[in-house]
Design a protein around this ligand. Structure first.
Ligand code: ACK
Length: 998
C-alpha cells in the first residue's frame, strides 16, 4: 500500500447514519455530564474536543470513513463527535487526523479518549469483517506544516479496545457504555504533534478527545513558594524544584521539593522563616504590633516587651530600655532591662600587720541581675592632710581586685603604719553603662608595724678572683627605717658553711672567696620591727685564676707576686705601727659592716671586735671620721629643741640621705664659741658611739663637722630619757613590760662590756626609750662622764662621780670596770621598778657612801618581784667578782620573761622596809665563805665535788639551785634534797628580809 494523504475534512454526511441513531441519545447525555466534569488541578489541557467552540479542523481520510456529527448542547455549544461504522465492508483503513497540537513545553502528554464501540456479536452477518478495536498514532512536528505526511510516518501509540461495547439491547435498556481510555506519550522533543485515529472496520463513536499534560501546581510550603512545574518526561521521574521565600521571610535552609510524574509535590526539604519583627500566620509573615517584638527569625512568634522596656514601632526586633535601665550587649532581648546594683552592706575589716581582710554582705538590690561582682578601690590617705591618693601597684589582692564573686578579699603588701580607705563597689553587667551611679561602701583602716619586704634587686659589681661586690635597692616596702642589712652568702652547694655580713649600706664586697667559684647571696633588711624575709638567691661567680702556659710565662707573675707581697707587708707593718691596736680595721672592712662566719649554725669568731679609745688617736678628728659618717648639713632639717646638753641644745629633726627615705633624728649641737677641747670632747662621744651597733645602744647616724654648728646626729627616741618617762607614767606598765626594758638595757650593756667599753655613768637618765618601749643606752663620753652629769660629785680623790650609781670600789679607788657597770645596772633596775624614784632618796652622797660601805643596800621597790630584787642585791655585791656578769643578767631576765609566773612572788610587803636600807648579807659573803664550808655545815659535804664540777663553785651560784638541778646533780635521796633546799631557802629569806639595823 502506497502512501496516502488526507485531502477532505471530516464532516461529510455518513451513509450509515440510520444505524447510529441511538448514539444521539448518548450524546445528549454526555452534554449534560460535561458541566459536572472538571479537569484535575494538576492537569493542563492542550486540547479538549468538547470545549472547542468552532470547527475542530480535523481531517478524515478517506472522506467516506470517519464523519463528524455536528451537534450542539443545551448552550448551543457544538459537540464534536466522530463516528465510523463500516463493519460490513472489507479492508477498511479510515484515518481521522487532528489539527496540530502544541505541547506547551510538556515532554509527556496524556490522551484521554471517550468512545463507544459496537459489539460485533450484536451485528447480524457482519462478523467476518467487524472489528472491535481502533489504533491511535502521533507524529511530532514543530509547526503545522507536517500535516500531509504519509501514514507510515505516524508512530503508533496503542491499539484501543473497549472495555465495554454496546448492543441493541443495551440501548434498549438505556444503559450507556461509554469507554474511557488514557494513554501517554513521551518524551516529546518538538513543539507539537498530530494525533491520528485509524479505524480498520469497527463501529466507533469517538465522543471526546482530551489531550493534556500534568504539572505540579504552584504551592506555598514551609513559607516558600514553589512555581507551577510541568512533570518530567519519564513516568517515574521526580523533578527537584527550588522554592522562593515569601515576603518578610528569610531562608533558613534552601527550600526544595520534588515534582512527581503524577503532578504531586513530594519530599519537601529546607524551609523559610519569618524574619525578625514578623511572625508566621496562615502561611504568611505578619508584622509584630507596637509593644511586641521578635528578635530573630527563629523565635516562633512576636512577644510582649520584657519588663522595663518598650517599643512604639511595628516590626520591632527588640525593645528599648526605660530610663535608668540598661541592657548588656550579651543580654538576650527577651531579658528584662536591668540597672546597676546598690552598695554592698555591713563591711567589716580585720588588720593584721600590713594585711587587711575585708568582708561584706551583698547589696540589697542586685539591679535585677545575677552577675553581681565586687571591685575594691584602694586609697592611701595622709593622716595630716586627710588627702588620699590611689594605692599604686604594690598592693596585692587575694584572690583579685576586680570581678570578685565572693564577699571577702584580702589585701597584702600594704605599707605599715598607713591609713587606707577601701571602697567596696558592687558591680553588675550594666554598671559600666551608668558610671555616675557607682555605689560603694567605704572602710577605713590603719595598718600596723611590719617587717620590711624582701630585697628584690641585687646587682653584681666588681668581681675579682677573691671577691664579689654587690649592690641592691632598698626593699619596695621598708615598712619603717632600715637599720641595717644582713647579707648571707656561701659557696654554692656548701650551704652549711655560710658567712653573714651586716651592713648599713646598700652595697658590700664579699672577699676572701675562692677563685672561679660560684657563691650564693641572700639579703634581708632590718627595721625596728625586726628582720624581713631573705631575698631570693642570687648566684655570682668569682673570676678564675688564669693558668700559666709555660714556665717562662710564670716568671713575670712571680715577680709581680713578690712585689705585691712586699708592698702588702709594708702596709701591714705601717698599719700596726700607726697605733691602732684593735682588730677592727677600716682598710679591709667598712665600719658599717659586721662580718660573722657560721659553720653548721655556730658562729666562727674571726676575732672579737673591741672598742677603740679615741684618745689613742693623735688627731681626734681622724677618730671621728674613722667611726662616724660626715653628713651634709643640707640633709638635716631641725624641727624643735627638745633639751639642753652640756655642749649645746638637743633638737629633734629629720634626716634625708641620698637613696633613703627621710626619717626622724635627734641632733646634738655644739654651741658657738666653743674651745678646741670642747669640740674634741663633744665629737668624742660620736667617735665612741660610732663604734657600736646594737639594738640597745643609741645609733649614730653621723656628724656634721664641715659646717657650723657642729652636730651629732643620732636615731630619734620618741619617749626621751627613761627616768623622766617612768616618772611621767608611774604605775602604768606591767611587770613584764618593765622587765622587758631591763632586759634591753642589760643586752646593750652586755654588748658594751663584750666590746671592752666601760660606761661609768649607767643610770636611767642616760637610757633613752622609743615608742616601742625599746630602751637604748646612751651618753657616751670621754672625760665628760664625770663632767656633764649633774649627779657626778667630786670625790676625795678629786674625780667627779655619780655617787648613788657607782660601785664602792670605783668611788674609793676609781676602779671602773664592767663589774662596776653591773652595780650601776642594779641601781637602774631599782629606778625602773620604782618608776624613776631617786636612789637613796634625799640621803647625802656622803651618807650613801657610808651606808653602802657598811653593807646597807637599797630596799626592794614596792610590788617588786622577789627574783628581781634578788638580782639587784646580786649586782650590789661588795665583791665585784661575785656580781653577775651582763650575759648572766640577760639570761636570767630572759628566763623570767619566758616564765612570767616566776615574777608573781613579790617581796613581802610587811618585811619591805621603806626609807631604810637593808643590811646586805649575801649568801656567799655572809655565813659561809665557800660552797664546801656550807655543805659541810649542813652535813652534805659528800656533794662538794659534784657541786664544784657542775659550776656551782660560789655561794651566789648555789643560790640559784633548784630541786630540779639537785636531781640532775645526782642528789636523789629526798631527805638530802630537803636539807639542801631548806638551807638555801633560809639563807635567801635572811638576805631579803635581813633588817639588822645599823
Ligand atoms: O628626757 P628627754 O626628752 O630626752 O630630754 C633629754 C634631752 O634630749 C637632753 O639630752 C633628749 N634626747 C637626747 N637624745 C635623744 C634622742 N636620741 N632622741 C630623743 N630625745 C633625745 C633627752
Amino acid at each position: 500500500m502506497g502512501p496516502r494523504g488526507w485531502a477532505g475534512r471530516a464532516g461529510a454526511p455518513a451513509p450509515a447514519r440510520t444505524c447510529l441513531l441511538p448514539l444521539l441519545l448518548l450524546l445528549l447525555l454526555c452534554a449534560a455530564l460535561r458541566s459536572l466534569r472538571a479537569s484535575p488541578g494538576s492537569e493542563v489541557n492542550l486540547l479538549d474536543s468538547r470545549t472547542v467552540m468552532g470547527d475542530l479542523g480535523w481531517i478524515a481520510y478517506p472522506k467516506n470513513g470517519w464523519e463528524e456529527i455536528g451537534e450542539v448542547d443545551e448552550n448551543y455549544a457544538p459537540i464534536h463527535t466522530y463516528q465510523v461504522c463500516k463493519v460490513m465492508e472489507q479492508n477498511q483503513n479510515n484515518w481521522l487526523l487532528t489539527s496540530w497540537i502544541s505541547n506547551e513545553g510538556a515532554s509527556r502528554i496524556f490522551i484521554e479518549l471517550k468512545f463507544t464501540l459496537r459489539d460485533c456479536n450484536s451485528l447480524p452477518g457482519g462478523l467476518g469483517t467487524c472489528k472491535e478495536t481502533f489504533n491511535m498514532y502521533y507524529f511530532e512536528s514543530d509547526d503545522e506544516d507536517g500535516r500531509n505526511i504519509k501514514e507510515n510516518q505516524y508512530i503508533k501509540i496503542d491499539t484501543i479496545a473497549a472495555d465495554e461495547s454496546f448492543t441493541e439491547l443495551d440501548l434498549g435498556d438505556r444503559v450507556m457504555k461509554l469507554n474511557t481510555e488514557v494513554r501517554d506519550v513521551g518524551p516529546l522533543t518538538k513543539k507539537g504533534f498530530y494525533l491520528a485515529f485509524q479505524d480498520v472496520g469497527a463501529c466507533i463513536a469517538l465522543v471526546s478527545v482530551r489531550v493534556y499534560y500534568k504539572k505540579c501546581p504552584s504551592v506555598i510550603r514551609n513559607l516558600a513558594r514553589f512555581p507551577d512545574t510541568i512533570t518530567g518526561a519519564d513516568s517515574s521521574q521526580l523533578l527537584e524544584v527550588s522554592g522562593v521565600c515569601i515576603n518578610h521571610s528569610v531562608t533558613e535552609e534552601a527550600p526544595k521539593m520534588h515534582c512527581s510524574a503524577e503532578g504531586e509535590w513530594l519530599v519537601p526539604i529546607g524551609k523559610c522563616l519569618c524574619k525578625a519583627g514578623y511572625e508566621e500566620k496562615n502561611n504568611t509573615c505578619q508584622v509584630c504590633r507596637p509593644g511586641f517584638f521578635k528578635a530573630s527569625p527563629h523565635s516562633p512568634s512576636c512577644s510582649k516587651c520584657p519588663p522595663h522596656s518598650y517599643t512604639l514601632d511595628e516590626a520591632s526586633t527588640s525593645c528599648l530600655c526605660e530610663e535608668h535601665y540598661f541592657r548588656k550587649e550579651s543580654d538576650p532581648p527577651t531579658m528584662a532591662c536591668t540597672r546597676p546594683p546598690s552598695a554592698p552592706r555591713s563591711a567589716i575589716s580585720n588588720v593584721n600587720e600590713t594585711s587587711v581582710f575585708l568582708e561584706w554582705i551583698p547589696p540589697a538590690d542586685t539591679g535585677g541581675r545575677k552577675d553581681v561582682s565586687y571591685y575594691i578601690a584602694c586609697k592611701k590617705c595622709s593622716s595630716h592632710s586627710g588627702l588620699c591618693e590611689a594605692c599604686g601597684g604594690h598592693v596585692r589582692y587575694l584572690p583579685q581586685q576586680t570581678g570578685l564573686k565572693n564577699t571577702s578579699v584580702m589585701m597584702v603588701d600594704l605599707l605599715a603604719h598607713t591609713n587606707y580607705t577601701f571602697e567596696i563597689e558592687a558591680v553588675n553587667g550594666v554598671s559600666d553603662q551608668n558610671p555616675g551611679a557607682r555605689q560603694f561602701v567605704s572602710v577605713n583602716v590603719t595598718t600596723n608595724q611590719a617587717a620590711p619586704s624582701p630585697v628584690s634587686t641585687v646587682k653584681k659589681g666588681k668581681i675579682t678572683k677573691n671577691s664579689i661586690s654587690l649592690s641592691w635597692q632598698e626593699p619596695d616596702r621598708p615598712n619603717g627605717i632600715i637599720l641595717e642589712y644582713e647579707i648571707k652568702y656561701f659557696e654554692k652547694d656548701q650551704e652549711t658553711s655560710y658567712t653573714i655580713i651586716k651592713s648599713k649600706e646598700t652595697a658590700i664586697t664579699a672577699d676572701g672567696l675562692k677563685p672561679g667559684s660560684a657563691y650564693v647571696f641572700q639579703i634581708r633588711a632590718r627595721t625596728a620591727a625586726g628582720y624581713g624575709g631573705f631575698s631570693r638567691r642570687f648566684e655570682f661567680e668569682t673570676s678564675p685564676v688564669l693558668a700559666a702556659s709555660s714556665d717562662q710565662s710564670q716568671i713575670p707573675i712571680i715577680v709581680v707576686s713578690v712585689t705585691v707581697g712586699v708592698i702588702l707587708l709594708a702596709v701591714v707593718i705601717g698599719f700596726l705601727l700607726s697605733g691602732r691596736r684593735c682588730g677592727y680595721s677600716k682598710a679591709k672592712q667598712d665600719p658599717e659592716e659586721e662580718k660573722m662566719h657560721f659553720h653548721n649554725g655556730h658562729i666562727k669568731l674571726p676575732g672579737v671586735r673591741t672598742y677603740v679609745d679615741p684618745h689613742t688617736y693623735e688627731d681626734p678628728n681622724q677618730a671621728v671620721h674613722e667611726f662616724a659618717k660626715e653628713i651634709e648639713a643640707s640633709c638635716i632639717t631641725i624641727e624643735r629643741v627638745i633639751g639642753a646638753g652640756e655642749f649645746g641644745e638637743v633638737c629633734s629633726g629629720r634626716l634625708k640621705l641620698q637613696g633613703k627615705r627621710e626619717f626622724p633624728v635627734a641632733i646634738k649641737t655644739l654651741k658657738v664659741g666653743y674651745t678646741e677641747k670642747q669640740r674634741r670632747d663633744f665629737l668624742g662621744e660620736a667617735s665612741i658611739m660610732g663604734q657600736f651597733d646594737h639594738p640597745n645602744i643609741i645609733h649614730l647616724e653621723g656628724v656634721v663637722t664641715k659646717s657650723k654648728p657642729v652636730m651629732i646626729v643620732t636615731e630619734y627616741m620618741e619617749n626621751g630619757s627613761l627616768d623622766t618617762f617612768l616618772k611621767k607614767n608611774d604605775g602604768q606598765f606591767t611587770v613584764i613590760q618593765l622587765v622587758g626594758m631591763l632586759r634591753g638595757i642589760a643586752s646593750g650593756m652586755k654588748y658594751l662590756s663584750d666590746m671592752g667599753y666601760v660606761h661609768r655613768d649607767l643610770a636611767a637618765r642616760n637610757i633613752l626609750i622609743n615608742s616601742n618601749l625599746v630602751c637604748k643606752v646612751s651618753d657616751f663620753g670621754l672625760s665628760r662622764v664625770l663632767e656633764d652629769d649633774p649627779e657626778a660629785a667630786y670625790t676625795t680623790r678629786g674625780g667627779k662621780i655619780p655617787i648613788r650609781w657607782t660601785a664602792p670600789e670605783a668611788i674609793a679607788f676609781r676602779k671602773f670596770t664592767s663589774a662596776s657597770d653591773v652595780w650601776s645596772y642594779g641601781i637602774v633596775m631599782w629606778e625602773v621598778m620604782s618608776y624613776g624614784e631617786r636612789p637613796y632618796w634625799e640621803m647625802t652622797n656622803q651618807d650613801v657612801i657610808k651606808a653602802v660601805e657598811e653593807g646597807y643596800r637599797l630596799p626592794s621597790p614596792m610590788d617588786c618581784p622577789a627574783a628581781l630584787y634578788q638580782l639587784m642585791l646580786d649586782c650590789w655585791q661588795k665583791d665585784r667578782n661575785s656580781r653577775p656578769k651582763f650575759d648572766e643578767i640577760v639570761s636570767m631576765l630572759d628566763k623570767l620573761i619566758r616564765n612570767p609566773s616566776s615574777l608573781k612572788t613579790l617581796v613581802n610587803a610587811s618585811s619591805r622596809v621603806s626609807n631604810l636600807l637593808v643590811e646586805h648579807s649575801p649568801v656567799g659573803s655572809g655565813a659561809y665563805r665557800s660552797v664546801g664550808e656550807w655543805l659541810e655545815a649542813i652535813k652534805m659535804g659528800r656533794y662538794t665535788e659534784i657541786f664544784m664540777e657542775n659550776g656551782y663553785s660560789s655561794m651566789d651560784a648555789v643560790a640559784q639551785v633548784t630541786l630540779e638541778d639537785l636531781r640532775r646533780l645526782g642528789v636523789t635521796l629526798v631527805g638530802h634534797q630537803k636539807k639542801i633546799m631548806n638551807s638555801l631557802q633560809e639563807m635567801k629569806v635572811q638576805l631579803v628580809n635581813g633588817m639588822v639595823p645599823l
